[in-house]
Design a protein around this ligand. Structure first.
Ligand code: ZN
Length: 646
């Protein structure tokens, strides 16, 4: 009897996730999608037994929520979830069965159950909002027509069933993927049909819900909605679902909130503050800052879950007092926050607040934070495995495919949080299959990218919780070798529109890094406050040079003031005057020597890495505009080393 391969996918994915104004929206979008995937997968298991070959579902936390009842979303109890709150299920799955009809029926049922599960999320949010309205407001402002039109059939599903007839499973799978690709290219829906009136601030596509709701609800919940935010019901559900639908009893102590861009930006500075926690003047500054904040009576989120690395790091503080600041939002640690306009618009404070209170707070903030140099910039990283399709087409059997899915799942659920969140001031937003997105403090960007890439191909080891990367030895058998991967990264100001930053991130990965010959490359995009955007593209490894390690070494040279960045500006200015590569290279050598702090630093710190520079330079030669790109790459290290306090 022949086997049948079924491929099932939920959409829209990119549009849904990327339509985000806050990190919280961005995380919530992928979390909702992961949950809906779990409903779809569990449906097939219920209908046809365990025929899922991708993704590996057995140990996924959402399995506990939906197990045995994928068709009854009201019975889904999120209280069974532990702390693992990262969406780790991709938006598609693959099932193999020898009964075509049964497979088709199961996929059809998945479609129905996904739709019902989403409808239940929408219902819960709407009910809660209705019950929260002030009694003088007519609940009819929840125009059912808008909610219905926007949410019913919002998530589409598509699937194909392919009959296997080749000798190898991999070849059949390749054909099934091709069939699915053809199905995907037929896009038969128009989402914005019937949308008139003023549009949502986030998606810009759908009609916003009634003005009376915003006047009442958003003034009372200024931290959930900014002053002029007006959303459609789809974006509103995404904003509120974490609190209303997914928050468990365990989350009540610290809310289910994803760290904001400013929290990520100041993360490394908070770590430096923790290192000096016991010092008397630091304690004085802390006490005074908290006091001034209390006098200002600033209303801001105070019981947030800290970034995991900070939480771990703070355990070494003996002093119990003042620790509450570790659960405050990052904005509070940036003195720019203390401006009348911002306090009124973003924090809902009264316009006649005394100038002195604001001034005192700003001063106390500066006094506490200045020594630790809080950054206003953060980074976001996106990784995607290279040639996954090729890998899978080489699977000879269904079991090989299953094993591969299991390896991917171990990577996204086990390795990723361990590598990123235990070692760096980072927070994983989503990681499913071979791709994911991570927010990270600027100081940790290069090392995190390097560890991520190394972990993917098994070139990372842990020794007494210290990590080591070695791209030039055989892979570590502890980690499955998943091949090579590309990484896109964007460095942006914390107030930069997240929509825009995410658009750039996709561009950085897909249009830049993935375009490098044979892939295994990265691109770092710097979005400057002045408006300019630059890209630096490189392979991860050239000959025996680990490029990200080199950049991190350069960053430290600038940070420690061992090397002045003037060498780069000089090189940039005269880059067209040298002719041959050998001439340019001797100029690089001369400039580095001239701009090193002293002879001793040059010999001990700079000379040993000159060979890396040569390898990168030579390796890049085949790239278009390679000299410019080489300078941009070196410029990245310098940019990341700056103190962007001002
Ligand atoms: Zn919207």
């Amino acid at each position: 009897m022949n086997n049948y391969i079924g491929i099932f996918q939920i959409s829209p994915v990119q549009e849904y996730i990327n339509q985000a104004k806050r990190t919280q929206d961005f995380w919530a979008g992928s979390y909702i999608l992961s949950y809906l995937s779990a409903v779809a997968i569990e449906t097939v298991i219920q209908e046809s037994g365990d025929c899922i070959v991708y993704p590996f579902f057995d140990e996924n936390p959402f399995k506990m929520v939906v197990s045995g009842k994928p068709d009854d979303p009201r019975a889904h109890d999120f209280d069974v979830l532990e702390n693992e709150r990262i969406g780790t299920l991709p938006n598609r799955f693959v099932a193999v069965l020898d009964d075509q009809e049964s497979l088709k029926n199961a996929l059809k049922q998945s479609q129905v159950n996904v739709s019902n599960a989403y409808a239940e999320i929408v219902r819960k949010v709407k009910e809660r909002l209705k019950s929260d309205l002030k009694p003088n407001i007519n609940p009819m402002i929840f125009n059912d027509q808008i909610w219905q039109r926007q949410n019913m059939n919002f998530f589409k599903t598509m699937w194909v069933v392919y009959e296997c007839h080749h000798s190898s499973y991999g070849t059949d799978y390749q054909h099934a993927e091709r069939l699915f690709g053809a199905r995907k290219s037929i896009r038969n829906f128009d989402q914005t049909k019937g949308e008139s009136g003023k549009k949502c601030n986030i998606c810009g596509e759908r009609e916003r819900i009634h003005e009376d709701f915003w006047i009442d609800y958003s003034t009372r919940n200024r931290h959930v909605f900014r002053k002029n935010e007006r959303l459609c019901s789809v974006c509103l559900v995404k904003r509120l679902a974490p609190e209303i639908v997914f928050e468990t009893k365990k989350d009540k102590e610290s809310r289910l909130v994803f760290p904001s861009t400013s929290t990520i930006a100041v993360g490394p500075a908070i770590c430096r503050l923790i290192d000096k926690w016991a010092e008397l003047d630091v304690q004085d500054a802390l006490t005074s800052f908290i006091q001034k904040i209390n006098i200002l009576n600033l209303n801001f989120p105070r019981r947030l879950p800290p970034i995991p690395f900070i939480q771990e790091h703070s355990k070494k503080i003996d002093y119990k007092i003042n620790k509450e600041i570790l659960r405050w939002d990052g904005d509070v640690f940036l003195k720019d926050t203390y401006q009348r306009k911002i306090l009124v618009d973003d924090y809902g404070m009264s316009r006649d607040i005394a100038w002195k209170k604001i001034h005192d707070c700003a001063e106390a903030c500066t006094k506490l934070m200045e020594p630790f140099k809080p950054a206003k910039y953060y980074a976001i990283v996106m990784m995607d495995g290279d040639n996954m399709g090729q890998y899978l087409s080489q699977c000879q059997t269904i079991n090989e495919h299953r094993q591969f899915s299991k390896n991917l799942s171990e990577f996204s659920r086990g390795t990723i949080p361990k590598v990123c969140e235990s070692n760096f001031t980072a927070k994983v937003s989503y990681f499913g299959g071979d791709e994911g997105i991570i927010f990270v403090g600027m100081d940790d960007l290069l090392s995190l990218m390097r560890c991520l890439r190394a972990a993917f191909s098994g070139h990372l080891t842990f020794d007494a919780d210290q990590w080591h990367v070695d791209f030039f030895s055989p892979p570590n058998p502890q980690f499955p070798d998943l091949g090579t991967a590309c990484i896109g990264a964007v460095v942006a100001h914390h107030q930069q529109s997240l929509l825009h930053v995410i658009e750039r991130l996709h561009h950085s990965l897909e249009e830049k890094a993935k375009q490098v010959e044979d892939k295994d490359a990265f691109c770092i995009t710097l979005m400057k406050r002045s408006g300019g955007t630059t890209h630096a593209i490189s392979k991860c490894v050239y000959d025996n040079c680990d490029v990200l390690q080199h950049l991190e070494q350069m960053r430290c040279l600038y940070k420690d003031k061992y090397l002045s960045d003037t060498w780069l500006y000089d090189l940039d200015q005269h880059k067209h005057a040298f002719g041959t590569n050998e001439n340019i290279f001797s100029e690089i050598f001369r400039l580095l020597k001239r701009h090193a702090r002293d002879e001793c630093v040059f010999e001990s710190r700079i000379q040993p890495i000159i060979n890396d520079i040569r390898q990168i330079y030579n390796g890049m030669e085949s790239m278009p505009d390679f000299l410019e790109n080489f300078i941009q790459l070196e410029f990245c290290a310098q940019y990341l080393a700056r103190d962007k306090q001002q």
